[in-house]
Design a protein around this ligand. Structure first.
Ligand SMILES: Nc1ncnc2c1ncn2[C@@H]1O[C@H](COP(=O)(O)OP(=O)(O)OP(=O)(O)O)[C@@H](O)[C@H]1O
Ligand SMILES: O=P(O)(O)OC[C@H]1O[C@H](OP(=O)(O)OP(=O)(O)O)[C@H](O)[C@@H]1O
Ligand SMILES: [Mg+2]
Length: 284
């Protein structure tokens, strides 16, 4: 039985459960249950705090866990691999100071107190930048610490930026870390584990599918080459014959972020019936 740990609450929980469900695993979690078994796929899912998942995965209790990249980097476990970036729960770890303060550079933190919930990650970043500062470890609500006088600055997770704005603060310096939900493992022999490989493939299929759409359109035959330059697809677009010999049907995958600009260009070239559809999952 494959054992996998998923976040039981917090910013990553919903996205992790949705991803695993979309991948065809049955998660029927009765209220507050800490474990649930998918007998069809032979997988046991455990619901744990994302910060605890790293310790379990490192010790080999679970083949996989879903947690945040920042959470893994805030540990000293050196046997945890990032098997797959999952594309949700994205955030940035940033230094934060009062809105009206000047920011001459990270050297302003020398000898100062910095509040954060990720002490190992932040200490390592400060060390890499040759800054000696005192870390004030807090469990949450880090933004209020400066106002309350316990710290001179902070380092915290920023998603939309609303929380720091409301607290009259601003982010400074380069991004300490770009984080997102990741699949982690300490198993060095995943290749030999059929159900583990299937889990990775199923999740990858959905993550890729979320980044692309399928674009279909009709185009005059003499414009096919120009159209395929606009949308080259992943391998090569599918060209189909239409009843009218002067026209062709074309089908190609395209990154979601390029849909509108590509449609504009195809339409200007003479394409008709341009349709973009979501892809549920895929194997490339
Ligand atoms: N808006 C957000 N707020 C907090 N964490 C976020 C956000 N967006 C993504 N994340 C990610 O979620 C993870 C933190 O998860 P979680 O919120 O469960 O931890 P926590 O803040 O310690 O828990 P809680 O706030 O429930 O006490 C980190 O990997 C973080 O980068
Ligand atoms: O940039 P934003 O979209 O505003 O999100 C970031 C905020 O959300 C998180 O706090 P959370 O709600 O988890 O509370 P906590 O600080 O007590 O953990 C995080 O610690 C920031 O405070
Ligand atoms: Mg939180």
């Amino acid at each position: 039985m494959l054992k996998i740990a998923l976040p039981n609450k917090g910013a990553l929980s919903e996205g992790a459960i949705a991803l695993v469900k979309n991948a065809g695993y049955k998660i029927r979690r009765s209220a507050k249950a800490l474990v649930c078994t998918d007998y069809t796929n032979n997988v046991e899912f455990y619901f744990l705090r994302p910060k605890d998942i790293t310790a379990y995965v490192s010790s080999g209790v679970f083949t996989f866990g879903v947690t945040g990249r920042d959470i893994v980097q805030d540990t000293n476990f050196d046997n945890i691999d990032e098997t797959l970036a999952l594309g949700f729960g994205k955030s940035r770890m940033r230094y934060i100071i009062p809105g009206q303060d000047e920011f001459p550079g990270l050297e302003m933190f020398e000898g100062k107190k910095i509040a954060c919930s990720y002490p190992i990650l932040v200490r390592n970043h400060l060390k890499a930048n040759n800054i000696n500062a005192d870390i004030v470890k807090l469990d949450g609500a880090v933004e209020i610490s400066i106002q309350l006088g316990i710290a001179d600055a902070a380092a915290d997770v920023v998603e939309t930026g609303t929380t720091i704005k409301q607290a009259g603060l601003k982010t400074v310096g380069d991004v300490i870390l770009h984080s997102e939900a990741i699949l982690i493992s300490a198993d060095k022999n995943l290749e030999a584990n059929t159900s583990a490989k299937a889990f990775i493939k199923r999740l990858s299929g959905i993550i890729v599918a979320r980044q692309y759409v399928m674009l279909e359109y009709d185009i005059p035959s003499d414009k096919v080459e120009a159209a395929c330059e606009i949308v080259p697809g992943l391998e090569s677009p599918t060209i189909s014959a239409l009843h009218d010999p002067e026209w062709k049907g074309v089908k190609a995958m395209i990154p979601s972020g390029e849909i509108n600009s590509s449609m504009d260009q195809l339409e200007a070239l003479g394409a008709k019936g341009i349709i973009a559809t979501d892809i549920r999952t895929c194997r490339l």
